[in-house]
Design a protein around this ligand. Structure first.
Ligand SMILES: [Zn+2]
Length: 82
């Protein structure tokens, strides 16, 4: 029996458990946009929570991590388009 791997972040590296790339990958973004399609504000709050957690953990792994880059990666993609 093989369990389908979900596109969720691995802590503390914040890479996708399924793809291995920096989370959120496109599959994760699509899933989140679908789950929160009626509540954009809740998605932003959720992503901000993850961003705070990731920023703390990633800074511990790599003190040179760029907070602005992280904000782009976690939040900007989800902003309303138009
Ligand atoms: Zn993924």
């Amino acid at each position: 029996m093989s369990r389908r791997r979900e596109h969720v972040p691995t802590r503390p590296t914040w890479r996708c458990r399924a793809c291995g790339i920096a989370w959120p990958c496109s599959a994760a973004k699509l899933r989140l946009l679908g789950e929160y399609r009626h509540d954009q504000a809740a998605l932003t709050v959720y992503l901000a929570t993850l961003l705070a957690e990731a920023a703390e953990q990633l800074a511990r792994l790599d003190p040179g991590v760029d907070p602005a880059g992280l904000a782009d990666r976690f939040i900007t993609w989800a902003r309303a388009r138009g």
